[in-house]
Design a protein around this ligand. Sequence first.
Ligand SMILES: [Zn+2]
Length: 104
Amino acid sequence: MPVTCRLCSRPAEVEGLCAACALRAVRAARRQDKRARLAEVPKSPLDDRLLWPSEVAMRLRVDRTTVYRLLKAGKLRGVRVGRRVQVKLSSLEAFLVKNRTRQV
Ligand SMILES: [Zn+2]
């Protein structure tokens, strides 16, 4: 006996669906993907982790004074929080990307 579509009574062709319902399912999935993409909100600065210079130093395997030197020279972007400076994780990432060597 012929298999019928699980959504309507037409004969099924792909995965238990008729051609029309299969096409509708594909389109619905595509719309869902698009909706998910549009729902991605731009990252807020508040989502960024803040690192202390000592943490940056550990991560870069340099002395803490090197981190302060980079901050003072403007090579590494910091965030002043009161009297202390912290570094956003994205700033550290930007620093690492910017200072990549072309060749070693
Ligand atoms: Zn159908």
